[in-house]
Ligand binder design. Structure first.
Ligand code: SAM
Length: 377
């Protein structure tokens, strides 16, 4: 629930001036306002002359560092920063993490959690997370441990799919982006690797387009991350993407995304399928080939088998269209049962006769025609 901004900033002020502070970051901007610096980072440092509060501000061109003495000097510097119209504050102390996002109405959305790490925070962070837990993105999407883990697992899969040297510009589309937190995570991670990244998120819901566009402005990346309200099948994009994401797009929306990726000749595709109904319905309507009747006799078994068959056939079809495909666990199944990820890289290798035959035998024996096959034919 939003809280009065003044009260929350008073709490942030106390934390920033407390010796238990580990690190704090201010970034983004409030609606219609622009801070004099794009980002400010504060941390206590031990210098020869005694403990100081280090403040690093960035004007977009270069960082500027100063070390101020705790007491009046630090209080004045902190007050100056709190008066800036930043859109987010992320404050870590030895015992807690407080994230603040200033809403369009000028209130504060606050998320408080236990400290994310102990010990050498900077070292732990580099070791554990691909996207800094202090990234302003987490102030926007909420930074609880489960969400950080999901973002991190997704970014690790992305990193494992892409080459060491990224093309620049790297053009990305996220089909069925929803509230786009993985879209933004991909952008911030890839841009952090030094590539010029352009991202378009597509979702059929106009309200998501409006909301996500506002988030992009808050995060200061509205020029690079844009949103389109339209369908996966035919939304028009400002570019042909190199990388296609389709994460938890429902049922055959995943097939539509894969079909578009193939037609665009996208170099990389990451798809985490969601619910599977298409093949399950086809299995229900026709007898299983001998001796596999037991696999589809009971509804729960039929559904699970249909999930596996659907994604196997998707992988197979992508291979027939010149992709090298891996199917991996997306994130820990304790987090969500929708935890499978199809990871594909275009090689343009021609399919072998054995691969074709395997696909045709499998679909023929089970009397199924996958949605993706129809879309690609
Ligand atoms: C379960 S959400 C997943 C959101 C996001 N990709 C994620 O993983 O957090 C699926 C989203 O896909 C959108 N969607 C489903 N079918 C679509 C279609 N045919 N065209 C465009 N968007 C679609 C829905 O509106 C919804 O926002």
């Amino acid at each position: 629930m939003p809280q009065p901004l003044a009260d929350v900033l008073a709490e942030v002020r106390t934390l920033l001036l407390d010796p238990a502070l580990t690190r704090a970051v201010a970034a983004g901007r409030r609606r219609g306002q622009t801070p004099s610096v794009t980002r400010a980072e504060l941390r206590p440092v031990a210098l020869k002359g005694g403990p100081k509060l280090q403040i690093v501000t960035d004007d977009g061109a270069r960082p500027f560092t100063r070390n101020v003495t705790f007491g009046d000097e630090a209080a004045a510097a902190v007050d100056e920063l709190l008066a800036e119209p930043f859109g987010n504050w992320h404050v870590e102390t030895s015992s807690a993490t407080v994230q603040v996002r200033i809403t369009k109405k000028g209130d504060a959305q606050v998320h408080r959690s236990a400290a994310v790490t102990t010990g050498d925070l900077a070292h732990d962070r580099t070791k554990q997370w691909l996207l800094d837990p202090g990234d302003p993105l987490f102030s926007v999407i909420g930074g609880n441990a489960a969400k950080r883990r999901q973002v991190d697992a997704f970014l690790r899969a992305l990193a494992a799919t892409l080459p060491e040297e990224l093309p620049t510009p790297l053009r990305v589309v996220d089909l069925g982006c929803g509230n786009a937190y993985l879209t933004f995570a991909a952008y911030r991670y890839l841009a952090g690797r030094g590539a010029k990244v352009e991202v378009v998120g597509v979702d059929v819901r106009e309200d998501q387009r409006v909301r996500n566009t506002a988030v992009a402005a808050d995060l200061g990346c509205a020029d690079d991350v844009t949103f389109v309200a339209g369908t996966i099948e035919d939304a028009s994009l400002p570019f042909t993407p190199d990388l296609v994401l389709a994460l938890h797009a429902c049922d055959t929306a995943t097939d539509q995304a894969l079909a578009r990726a193939v037609r665009w000749e996208a170099d990389w595709v990451l798809a985490a399928p969601c619910c599977h109904h298409d093949i399950a319905a086809q299995l229900k309507g026709s007898p299983a080939p001998a001796p596999f009747g037991e696999l589809t006799r009971h509804a729960i078994m039929r559904e699970r088998f249909a999930d596996v068959l659907t994604d196997s056939l998707r992988a197979s079809l992508l291979r027939l269209h010149g992709y090298r495909v891996e199917v991996v666990e997306f994130i820990d199944s304790a987090h969500t049962p929708r935890n499978l990820l199809l990871r594909a890289r275009r090689t343009d290798a021609a399919p072998t006769p054995a691969q074709r035959e395997e696909y045709e035998t499998l679909t023929g024996q089970w009397s199924v025609t996958p949605a993706l096959e129809k879309l690609l034919s």
